[in-house]
Design a protein around this ligand. Structure first.
Ligand code: PRX
Length: 643
């Protein structure tokens, strides 16, 4: 192996004009990304070729021939400079409490967990499922996997046992890492017993590592090991595994248009570079800043902007364990005051919820440390944008509405405050990031060149952070992302571009609902609800919701002869959704209907259901091609009765 080659982090050119850097990134991608990868990452062996990508076949390779270890980039090189530098500030559920974890401490726990995993037989390429509350140990477990080349699959700790089981089985994970309990908003969640239930249906799992969060007594079986105890038995150093740039780093399950969630796979060097450069450039992160992305690590936002991006940049990043209204709606701002947070990054749904609680909760606290206010997950409507800007930011901060997805690995469209002094346009994530060349296409695959016309948002050039495949199902990967508009990446979102080239996202154009910042597949929800014995069929659609962005509306057909009130059916369906998916996927509205609008070939016309749910009955359009056009009128009547 070649000797370690180290490059300093480049921090100087963050304020260089966006237009010039962007142009450079598109004109000379190999030079642009190659140069950044050389300067920003520490390589064990430098790459020989920057990229080898083919959007027609979905084969993507970045930094070919490079040997790297992500945990070294996120930890060791910062420890060499200053082991005491705070890596995480863990904002715990208990009001007013936080713990500071230095880079040195994080490296030590990472190495110990890595050694425990190795002792348990985990090798490079093996999958490790993680079902834990937001904590430094969760991040250390991810980094421990990265250290030894295992692939982590973090499952958000709000998912049910059945969802967890499906994800563990799909990945064939041999080890699950969890905690005794989670605490959120003062309430405990019995994580270990959920894992017990899930693992009961998983032949692949050999070991469950249980960390301590609350210290509650949880029954242990011979399969289980207490994590902190095991960590104390092994060495605090662990040699990093030399990994190929394209070895998998992690998979993260996300909902799609089909019933089964898909394990989106990201690899080492390209993902890390993209997460780190976006964290620094989009947020104008500067040394000494306190960066608080309050997303859960169980989602991609937490992976890229709580863990990998900030740590790669040697930043101090906040780990938010609690709830924005616990113990009261001032929690975020009390934390901002106490921790002197400079960057705050949340979801529009949280902003809208807090607007309702009143400005006094914000104004009570000193927010003078704040510089950048970010958001992600759904369109940030103008009213929420304005409140975020004036009430939270006192018109002093920059609002950074970032558009991206699990599949993109990092932010793809966002303003760049450091490079542009003007306040971004409300409702517009605005400008594509380096290397991202968006294109709008019509349903018939024509390229839309006009301004202010909505189309399918596609990306026509590869970028380092792009997903490489769906774990175990490359064909599905192609069918979902590359075949709908051949030769380009299809996001699944609609968007428009204004006359100045700024982008606005108009929402999903497929069967995915974005509710409360969560991504919910309609097919997955329907499959779950269709298991209720009295139910013949269901169809769910999103509808505009003041706080959640989209609410979930479930149309339900009962089996012949079944008589039941909508209330009892709704309760039973909610129980099923809680058990099979998660509480965050519960529909907000239920309607029992005599039939569904279907084409003659049996396809549900969701467009019609969406209009009904949104009370836009006058826009139903031509229904004469339906197998039974009269059903639409009946559904409208039932819907009107519900109001
Ligand atoms: O519909 C878009 C919406 O969130 C989807 C991606 O969801 P997920 O993979 O769970 O990742 C969320 C966090 C990165 C997108 O397809 N979305 C994300 N950001 C925005 C957005 N919609 C509008 N504006 C945004 N800024």
């Amino acid at each position: 192996m070649a000797s370690e080659v180290s490059y300093p982090l480049q921090l100087s050119s963050v304020s260089e004009s966006h237009a010039s850097l962007y142009e450079e990134s598109l004109k000379h991608p190999e030079q642009f990304w190659g140069d950044l990868a050389s300067r920003r990452l520490r390589w064990t062996k430098k790459f020989d070729q920057v990229m080898d990508c083919d959007m027609r076949t979905g084969q993507f390779k970045w930094f070919l021939g490079g040997v790297i270890n992500v945990s070294v980039n996120c930890l060791d090189r910062h420890v060499e400079e200053n082991a005491d530098k705070p890596a995480f500030i863990w904002e715990k559920d208990e009001p007013g409490t936080h713990e500071v974890i230095s880079y040195g401490q994080l490296l030590e726990s990472t190495c110990r967990i890595a050694n425990v995993l190795k002792r348990e037989g985990v090798k490079k390429g093996d999958r490790v499922a993680i079902y834990m509350p937001a904590s430094p140990l969760l991040a250390a477990t991810m980094l421990a996997c990265a250290r030894i080349g295992a692939i982590h699959s973090v499952v958000f700790a709000g998912f049910s046992a059945e969802s967890l089981m499906n994800r563990i089985n799909d990945a064939s994970a041999s080890v699950v890492v969890t905690a005794d309990e989670a605490v959120r908003g003062g309430k405990t969640i019995p994580l270990k017993s959920i894992v017990d239930e899930a693992v009961g249906g998983c032949q692949c799992v050999q070991r469950v590592l249980v960390s301590r969060r609350t210290g509650a007594h949880v029954p242990m079986t011979p399969r289980d090991l207490q994590l902190e105890q095991a960590m104390s038995e092994v060495s605090d150093s662990c040699a990093p595994e030399p990994l190929d740039s394209e070895d998998p780093l992690f998979m993260l399950y996300t909902s799609g248009s089909t019933g089964k969630p898909k394990g989106i796979l990201h690899t080492q060097a390209g993902y890390l570079l993209y997460a780190s450069i976006t964290q620094q450039y989009v947020f104008d992160y500067r040394p000494g800043d306190v960066y608080a992305c309050v997303a859960d690590i169980g989602w991609i936002t937490g992976h890229s902007y709580v863990v990998y991006g900030p740590l790669c940049n040697g930043a101090t990043t906040v780990l938010f364990e609690t709830h924005p209204t616990y113990p009261d709606p001032g929690r975020y701002w009390e934390m901002v005051q106490r921790l002197k947070v400079t960057h705050f990054y949340t979801a529009p749904t949280a902003i809208r919820m807090l607007i309702r609680k009143g400005d006094e909760w914000v104004k009570k606290y000193d927010r003078s440390s704040l510089r950048i206010l970010g958001c992600v997950g759904e369109p940030l409507n103008k009213e929420a944008w304005k409140w975020y800007n004036t009430v939270v930011g006192e018109e002093r901060c920059t609002i950074v509405d970032t558009y991206w997805q699990t599949e993109t690995g990092g932010i793809t469209i966002a303003p760049r405050p450091a490079a542009d002094d003007s306040q971004p346009k409300p409702g517009f994530p605005s400008l594509p990031f380096f290397g991202i060349l968006p294109q709008l296409r019509s349903e018939n695959d024509e390229v839309i060149t006009e301004s202010n016309v909505q189309g399918h948002l596609c990306i026509t050039k590869p970028w380092p952070g792009m997903a490489r495949t769906i774990y175990g199902n490359h064909q599905n990967f192609m069918d979902v992302y590359y075949n709908p508009h051949p030769g380009v990446y299809f996001t699944g979102d609609g968007a428009l571009r204004d006359e100045n080239g700024l982008y606005r996202i108009t929402g999903r154009v497929d069967d995915i609902i974005m509710s409360k910042g969560h991504r919910i597949g309609t097919a997955e929800l329907e499959c779950a609800m269709n298991t209720e014995p009295r139910v013949a069929e269901t169809a769910v659609v999103g509808y505009p919701h003041e706080i959640y962005g989209e609410g979930i509306y479930a149309f339900v057909i009962l089996k012949d002869g079944v008589v039941a009130s909508v209330e009892t059916i709704a309760e039973d369906l909610k129980t099923i959704v809680r058990k099979k998916i998660a509480s965050f996927a519960l529909p907000n509205q239920f309607l029992i209907v005599p039939g569904l609008p279907k084409t003659r070939s049996g396809k549900i016309m969701r467009r019609i259901l969406r209009k009904i749910a949104a009370d836009r009955h006058e826009e139903l359009g031509d229904v004469s091609t339906l197998a039974d056009p009269s059903v639409v009128e009946k559904i409208v009547q039932e819907h009107n009765l519900l109001k």
